[in-house]
Design a protein around this ligand. Sequence first.
Ligand SMILES: [Zn+2]
Length: 357
Amino acid sequence: MNCKSIRCLPLLVLGLMWPLTSPAADSFNILLYHHISSTMPRSTSLTAKEFEGHLAYLKHNNYTVVDLGSAIASVQQGTALPKKAIVITFDDAWRDIYLHGFPLLKKYDYPFTVFVNTDPVDQNNRHAMTWDMLRDLKKHGVTLANHTKDHDYLVRKPMYDQQWLTATLDNINTAQQRLTDETGPVPKWLAYPFGEYNDQLKRALKDRGYIAFGQQSGGVAKFSDWQALPRFPAAGIYSSLKTLKTKLASQPLPAHYAAFANPVIRTDQAGQSQPILNVELSKAQRLGVRQQLSCFIVGKRQMPAWQGKMNFSIQANEALGKGRNRYNCTAPIWGQKNYYWLSHQWLVYGGEAPPKE
Ligand SMILES: [Zn+2]
């Protein structure tokens, strides 16, 4: 902008005042929902009344609900995000999202994204949305994105060889094509089914221009791993506002997330089932982080081991159980009541048949 003329003065003054009145944010938090229902499995559901409680809380506590595309663009390009920016996402194209969630989101005028697994839609599954419903969402500004074709466990396979990679990418490409054919262009975003991925898949997606989302908790910033972005699950036991409000107000702990260890521990291939997570902070932190960092492994407190000012590691005291496990760490943010958040999900897999979920 050419701003030599006097007409720009108000803009310049506003620019000087902006940081004092409303400091712009450089991170945002994503909420993850599945069902809005009182009859579907509780672990991935909340009722319409509970969901409206979340939306009302966001509204009354000055959160700005932003659409995922503009939030990503702001963080990647370093342009200002609204303070207290929240993104709402749903995984699986459940019909109850359309019937019970969509009317409430329209009422609050909140944008949202639905990650669609396309087979149930193509097969007219009575619990899934129809293509007409999905087109109606899109007409109302909702973003649709990829959650694979068949919602398979992508990394619970005998081997991670070329055949596996080709089949996995076919699964993802087919969903992308079905979404495009039925609803028009969709962004190159993938939500991993069950939040499960490995390093090979992340690399392949990065090479193909995809951004990908997990189900570990935390916020999104420039220093995030863009092929394993975190989201805060907000259904079932996580739907209580008592705990959710701490997460909504949190910021991602500045660290080199893309350097985190491969999340799949193969116990049938001499994998270490007490994995070490090495964390390198990406910004020097005040002492508070170092002294007050609390880590939890499967709900149990675990002391981090510091190596210098910028690095710490955490390791489980005992072998992790089969399936998904998470390491979570939080630390108070200097001068605020809020917390930094960091999480890593591990999948301990011994070649057994995947559970039915
Ligand atoms: Zn899913």
